[in-house]
Design a protein around this ligand. Sequence first.
Ligand code: PEP
Ligand code: MN
Length: 338
Amino acid sequence: MIVIFKNNTPNEAIEELSCAVESMGVQVNKVVGSDATILGLVGDTSNIDMKKIEADDNVERVMRVSEPYKKANRKFHPDSTVVKVGDTSIGGKEIALIAGPCSVESREQITDVAKAIKASGATMLRGGAFKPRTSPYAFQGLKYEGLDLLKEAKAATGLPIVTELMSPYDLDRFVQDVDVIQIGARNMQNFELLKQLGKIDKPILLKRGLSATIEEWLMSAEYILSGGNGNVILCERGVRTFETYTRNTLDLSAIVAVKQVSHLPVIVDPSHATGKAWMVPALARAAIAVGADGLIIEVHNDPIHALCDGNQSIKPEQFDAVVKDLRNIAPVVGRSIR
Ligand code: PEP
Ligand code: MN
């Protein structure tokens, strides 16, 4: 349930109603928006008399929220959330451009790619240190050494780092070393991991699960938000369908839907969505055109010899060309590129 106050309602009146509702065993989430102040009530609201609250002179409107996601719901939080990462952010006017290799492979590789993408306009560096591989015999990542190399690349370029966390055991290390913690598609419904992420305030990049519905994806975000961490960024990376030509099917309509029903920023990963490097530029352009807040793109300096996902990795010069195209597209949809 949400309670929307009239403009200029005194703070005391809002606090008074808030305490009254809280004493009925309901959690109250106060959001001061650009248009109005809203109380979002989470929990069992069946005993709350809507008419009684509506009778309050300061109250503009009371609404029941039928969707199971509450804190991720735009009704609870009408203004779009902007997640700050260092001196950059995701969800504001500026498009976030995250790029880098699937996996960190060596000092030269990660630092060279970081310098190249930075020169093109990337705002953050990606690179997997811990890799979720289908085969236990495939390269599993450089692990802690990979984190150290990411830190070196950050020191050389100033780019914040985005990397995937797979186990709650490594959480403290990630909180220390990483700017954005990526939760991969395979862990989207690892609820114990999500609960741990709710206890920190580090930005979380939550990828959509392999076959997750939009509602399931938002409910996973709700786990993090309900724990107290409001810094959640969603990432559409394609879903599994009957189609086998592409690695996954990029669900562009999910961007439009999520921007409508949620206030959380949403970015697109055209690399894992297609599995084909030559398709990445076109879908990157499409993602920005439909309203995505940013992109996460796999870029490798030697894709043929990449230890992971070489087929879908573009070269730094191709990334540069994508960013040039986006500089033309972004203003058309009211956005900008750094
Ligand atoms: C990745 O970003 O390297 C990755 C493994 O992505 P996903 O979880 O979307 O498959
Ligand atoms: Mn990958």
